[in-house]
Design a protein around this ligand. Structure first.
Ligand code: GUN
Length: 290
């Protein structure tokens, strides 16, 4: 039976550490770290994610503001808003929740955020520095994944790591972070031919493909560390017989429990750690200013 990597508990202990630092930071630097979160439109999943980010900022005691912009805002108006936040000295971190409406060019928006305020680590300057091994802001989800693997006490060095998914937000950066820790890394994806065999070689399996239950028990090496990045809302029948929805990951969790050594749950795994790493990145950007 796999042991469960409790992302919620790990997050809470990290946030408590940050909360304890906050008064000291204010005394030392004269103000608290400031985070600005921009959301465009009414996407319910995005709204719930940004609410979690603002709640975490309040918990650790940093200054935060949520900027809610209408779905039909022009690209120029959004870029102007970012420009203002770039020159606002009380703002250390700027996050624009993705995805954006189709009429807005995401690349232009990411590029517009000042490099030193890019708490997501999505700016090309941060991406380049990550791949060059230079100091940078590390993207939140990959950073949280590494922390969760490290929390098992298993040494990443020399292990076979397989990452399913090649997104800029998760797959590519987490592969680099694993490589930095001397794992032998394979990036697999929906078109990988012999995916089952590839996955079965993995001592560490990171799944970020966005398909509910995609990884089945027969794809997991016995004893492997399995990190499930998927957040999929699926229909279900509730206890009272009515129709509802619930969140599931990309891994068939119940079946995987019998095979894996360690596994993250959904919800309560990668999600809370992503938010906590955002808090950490904001504090890092704040400190770099001084
Ligand atoms: N959408 C999904 N994940 C993320 C994230 O980590 N940051 C931002 N800005 N948008 C997202």
């Amino acid at each position: 039976m796999a042991s469960i990597i409790d992302g919620k508990a790990l997050s809470l202990s990290l946030k408590d550490g940050m909360k304890a630092q906050m008064e000291g930071l204010e005394a030392e630097y004269g103000r608290r770290p400031g985070l600005a979160v921009i959301i465009v439109g009414e996407n319910p999943a995005s709204k719930s994610y940004v609410a979690g980010k603002i709640k975490a900022a309040a918990y650790v005691g940093m200054d935060s503001r949520l900027i809610e912009l209408p779905e039909d805002i022009s690209e120029d108006a959004l870029l102007a808003k970012i420009g203002k936040l770039n020159s606002d000295s009380s703002v250390d971190g700027i996050l624009v929740q993705l995805p954006l409406p189709e009429h807005i060019d995401e690349d232009k928006v990411i590029d517009a955020i000042a490099l030193e305020k890019d708490v997501d680590g999505f700016h090309p300057g941060n991406v380049a520095n990550l791949w060059l091994g230079r100091p940078c802001t590390v993207p939140c989800t990959p950073k949280g994944i590494i922390r969760m693997i490290e929390s098992t006490g298993i040494d990443i060095s020399g292990k076979n790591a397989v990452v399913i998914g090649r997104s800029n937000i998760v797959g590519k950066p987490v592969a680099k972070l694993l490589l930095d820790r001397n794992a032998t890394v394979t990036i697999a994806h929906s078109r990988t031919g012999n995916l089952k065999e590839v996955c079965r070689q993995a001592d560490i399996l990171v799944v970020a493909i966005g398909r509910p239950g995609f990884v089945t028990a027969d794809m997991i090496k016995p004893g492997a560390v399995v990190i499930d990045v998927g957040i999929n809302r699926i229909k279900c029948v509730k206890e009272d017989g009515s129709e509802g929805t619930r969140l599931v990951g990309d891994v068939d969790f119940n079946a995987a429990l019998d095979v894996a050594g360690h596994i993250t749950p959904v919800p309560g795994g990668v999600g809370p750690m992503t938010i906590t790493m955002l808090m950490e990145n904001t504090i890092e950007c704040f400190k770099r200013k001084f």
